[in-house]
Design a protein around this ligand. Structure first.
Ligand code: NAD
Length: 371
């Protein structure tokens, strides 16, 4: 990709900034992309991956940064969207020096970008970054970090499900609803716990037999083979393992009323949202209902408080209700309605942007200072 194409790409989706970082001494080659800071500083994970080319890294970081703008906006967070990538193999190329070198670059951005964990990076890496910059979240609990995001992601998924169930069955209660959960990992397991407490009947599947056995014992779950879970008759299908489960091949075989899970990129392509609507299946957009983890980690910026997180995650129910309302108002599928919700919020705030004081954190502060 030539530099001219990079600028074209930035202009196409209104990216604010892209930063290339290199440090010969540590071998650091990293890219930070800041998509939009209308709502607040850009928060997003740092992915470490052995990209086949620089172009592949640029394309990935831009795509991921933009996704974070929508996710934060639709979740009601006062944060913008950004992401970073370090080009390299996390197994072989990672070192304290490398992460600290990257942390120094994050520091130069003065808080416009806040880094977090992602694929290929860990809490330990965030600790190394933290030596060089305070603009980092996802740090160890002993330093005020927020810990495993899985339970909060699961909580958000459950609240999103409640909004969907209310729309489809007339009551937000999950009691007696049949939920098929694909994947019993960090999110799926906690989701089963919550659904079991709510009185739902569970059908589960995982590649790990021991965790399936445990779900049978603890939740009275009905196990099915991994190739059966997507087609089993149920009220709600909750994909909590893999992306792209909704595709041309699977579309006709779903036997559920609602699809609501934690997996990222549940739809192979955006057009599959429309296809689900045509099939009469209500889809809870992934980036909206799986935002509990982001809400949890972002809370570190205010001094981590679990009670506040629990309240904020519960608002995913409201976001999902709004998305359903926009979907009906505009006659669009819910995945499009989610983007509309995010963009409407950004547009509303950017209309006061002319009075912006330049402080990266502050909608509240901006409002106070402009009264
Ligand atoms: P995880 O790796 O802890 O769990 C995934 C589980 O799915 C594992 O138990 C695995 O054995 C199982 N699995 C894999 N392939 C399967 C298959 N074909 N059929 C059935 N089970 C299968 O991951 P996680 O942290 O629980 O995340 C689950 C999904 O949610 C991922 O797509 C992730 O990107 C997304 N997500 C997670 C979080 C979070 O807070 N952890 C936040 C947002 C999105």
């Amino acid at each position: 990709m030539s530099s001219v194409q990079v600028f074209e790409k930035l202009a196409e989706y209104r990216y604010e900034q892209i930063v290339f970082c290199q440090d010969k001494a540590t071998g650091l080659r990293a890219i930070v992309a800041i998509h939009d800071t209308t709502l607040g500083p850009a928060l997003g994970g740092c992915r470490m991956y052995p990209y086949a080319s620089e172009e592949a890294a640029i394309v990935d970081v831009l795509r991921l940064a933009r996704g974070m703008t929508y996710k934060a906006a639709a979740s009601g967070l006062n944060l913008g969207g950004g992401k970073s990538v370090i080009i390299g193999d996390p197994e072989q190329d990672k070192s304290e020096e490398l992460m600290r070198s990257f942390g120094r670059y994050v520091e130069t951005l003065g808080g416009r970008y806040i880094v977090a964990e992602d694929v290929g990076t860990s809490t330990e890496d965030m600790e190394h970054i933290r030596i060089e910059t305070s603009h980092v979240v996802g740090i160890d609990v002993t330093h005020g970090g927020s810990g495993d995001p899985g339970p909060f992601t699961a909580l958000g998924v459950m609240h999103g499900m409640r909004a969907c169930v209310e729309e489809v069955f007339g009551s937000p209660s999950l009691e007696g609803r049949i939920v098929a959960v694909q994947g019993l990992g960090h999110v799926g397991w906690h989701l089963c716990e919550l659904l079991h407490e709510e009185g739902a009947s569970l059908i589960v599947s995982d590649l790990r037999e021991e965790v399936v056995e445990r779900a049978i014992r603890e939740f009275g779950a009905k196990p099915v083979e991994p190739d059966e879970i997507l087609t089993i008759p149920c009220d709600i299908l909750a994909p909590c393992a893999l992306g792209a489960v909704v595709n041309d091949g699977s579309l006709a075989s779903f036997r559920c009323s609602i699809i609501a899970g934690s997996a990222n990129n549940v739809l192979l392509e955006a057009r599959h949202g429309e296809a689900l609507t045509k099939r009469g299946i209500l889809y809870a957009p992934d980036y909206v209902i799986n935002a509990g983890g982001l809400i949890n980690v972002a809370d570190e910026l205010e001094g981590y408080n679990q009670t506040r997180v629990t309240k904020r995650v519960a608002r995913i129910y409201d976001s999902m209700r709004t998305i359903i309302a926009i979907s009906k108002r505009d006659g669009v599928p819910t995945n499009v309605a989610a983007d509309t919700l995010a963009l409407e919020r950004i547009d509303a705030i950017s209309s006061i942007e002319r009075l912006h004081t330049g402080h990266p954190y502050g909608l509240e502060r901006r409002r106070r200072e402009t009264l």
